[in-house]
Design a protein around this ligand. Structure first.
Ligand code: NDP
Length: 235
């Protein structure tokens, strides 16, 4: 799908990969609906971009997700691309993982993308076309001590994404998955603060812009996935 004049709904657009994706989509001629909780950041970004709307959204609340979809349609008359990007890490040895934190991250990283998919489908089906990019993690392709709880949530997302691709193949809705490697965002800075370092001598983190371009490439190509994990880092 050519992003030009298409309408993107991007979750987690207030920082990092989501904000970079909004900028990249906008630069490619798209209209963007920016969804996240930090409304001040969304509004600042929307003010920078032509044809951009900020919608304060907690993606773990289905009513707020529906409101974001409704806003996209009201503002721009259609909704072509969903980028399920909002997400959070949870890094600790499994025996130390707080199960309430785990439930919360499952809700954000797994349940919320499914809710968002369900919310956009009626619009995309009616249009006869749509694209969804789920932002997973290279971590879900590795067995990495200290990252098991987070990787489990992204592994669940991978399966939802792959099955949705098959289920929607006849509807013109193309679902793809991107697997970013360590990316220099607030998320990664938290990891470093928590001492979960990249391997010594390993490659430098990606930029958010690099991942954003991969997301745009998936929208353009409709390919099933883009794995941004360097050689030697797979499981
Ligand atoms: P950031 O921390 O910069 O971005 C996370 C985004 O998620 C923020 O915009 C945040 O916005 C949003 N978010 C969190 N909770 C909610 C919520 N309940 N409702 C709505 N939005 C929410 O990190 P990244 O850009 O790195 O992360 C983006 C995605 O990339 C995540 O899914 C992450 O798992 C994935 N990823 C990141 C990697 C990395 O190394 N950085 C590597 C692999 C994958 P707000 O707080 O304003 O709501």
């Amino acid at each position: 799908m050519d992003p030009r004049d298409k309408v993107f709904l991007i979750t987690g657009a207030s920082s990092g990969i989501g904000a970079a994706t909004a900028r990249a989509a906008s630069a490619a001629g798209a209209k963007v609906v920016l969804a996240a909780r930090r409304a001040d950041r969304l509004e600042a970004l929307a003010a920078e971009l032509p044809h951009a709307v900020a919608v304060r959204t907690d993606v773990t609340d289905p009513a707020q997700v529906q409101a974001a979809v409704d806003t996209a349609v009201e503002a721009f008359g259609r909704l072509d691309v969903l980028v399920n990007n909002a997400g959070q890490g949870l890094h600790a040895p499994l025996e130390d993982v707080d199960v309430d934190d785990f439930r919360a991250v499952l809700e954000l990283n797994v349940v919320a993308p499914l809710v968002a998919l369900q919310a956009v489908l009626p619009v995309m089906r009616a249009q006869g076309a749509g694209a969804v990019v789920d932002v997973s993690s290279g971590t879900s392709r590795m067995v990495l001590p200290g990252a098991g709880a987070y990787a489990a949530t992204k592994s669940a997302l991978n399966m939802l994404s792959a099955v949705a691709r098959r289920e929607l193949a006849g509807d013109g809705v193309v679902v793809s998955t991107v697997y970013p490697f360590i990316t220099d965002t607030e998320f990664h800075r938290v990891l470093r603060a928590g001492r979960l370092q990249q391997r010594p001598g390993g490659p430098a983190p990606h930029t958010a812009e690099h991942v954003a371009e991969a997301i745009l490439d998936l929208v353009r190509s409709g390919e099933p996935e883009k794995v941004l994990v360097p050689e030697g880092f797979a499981r």
